[in-house]
Design a protein around this ligand. Structure first.
Ligand code: SF4
Ligand code: SF4
Length: 215
């Protein structure tokens, strides 16, 4: 696959094995940050829960202000590559940072329908192009502790993330983010226009957390 958007760190540049052990570690803790909701995440999860968009927004979503850093200038012609924008995120416990969808057994209650951001872990751009971030992720997430010599052929295929898959996921992540930034700028951060399926929701979006990291 021709792909020149990023250089992967050598440790994983030929792909790597990963098996989520469903420990729930990455779904809680203030330092894990927020789960952003992009594209059709909101529609997909509210459908699964069989509740209206209004109810979903009211019960599970909050608005924060966040810094978006574009790592590839080729993708966007704006001069400024850092954007401070509002974002829709999943609610979490204010003190512990536990995601609203994590149950007492550390299981995600919407696993099959979890947001794109959760689904694409650990193939996030930041994780795979900076050694320091990769090491940090490896230390925190036991999903990386998988030895190819301890698993059978079927598992090898299932748990191997190929170079092509990594590039594909990173490319998708970039496209989603760029599209979001473009639409937020175009529609003056009006979520009802940015996400057309929210056009008729009877809900007012109020920002809850302001960005403290604007550099
Ligand atoms: S920390 Fe790693 S192993 Fe645990 S739930 Fe998250 S992705 Fe899976
Ligand atoms: S939506 Fe599910 S996978 Fe994502 S952070 Fe919440 S509990 Fe974890």
């Amino acid at each position: 696959m021709k792909f020149d958007i990023c250089n992967l760190i050598p440790e994983i540049s030929n792909g790597f094995y990963f098996k989520c052990k469903m420990c729930g570690r990455c779904c809680k803790g203030k330092d894990e940050g927020y789960v952003f909701l992009f594209k059709d995440d909101i529609k997909k999860i509210s459908n699964f829960l069989n509740i209206s968009l209004e109810k979903f927004l009211e019960n599970y979503v909050e608005v924060i202000e966040s810094t978006f850093r574009l790592f590839n200038p080729k993708l966007l012609k704006y001069k400024n590559k850092i954007f401070i924008l509002k974002a829709l995120v999943l609610k979490q416990n204010e003190e512990t940072g536990v995601c609203i969808f994590l149950d007492n057994n550390n299981k995600c209650q919407i696993y099959e329908y979890r947001p794109h951001q959760c689904k694409t872990w650990p193939t996030w751009y930041n994780n795979l192009v900076k050694l320091e971030h990769f090491k940090n992720s490896k230390n925190k997430c036991i999903g990386f502790n998988i030895n190819e010599f301890d698993i059978d052929e079927e598992e090898k295929e299932k748990y191997f993330i190929s170079k092509e898959k990594i590039y594909q996921t990173i490319k998708e992540e970039m496209e989603i983010e760029v599209e979001y930034i473009k639409r937020m700028k175009k529609y003056n951060q009006d979520f009802k226009k940015v996400f057309p399926y929210l056009k008729n929701v009877n809900y007012s979006f109020k920002i809850k957390y302001y960005n403290t990291n604007k550099k």
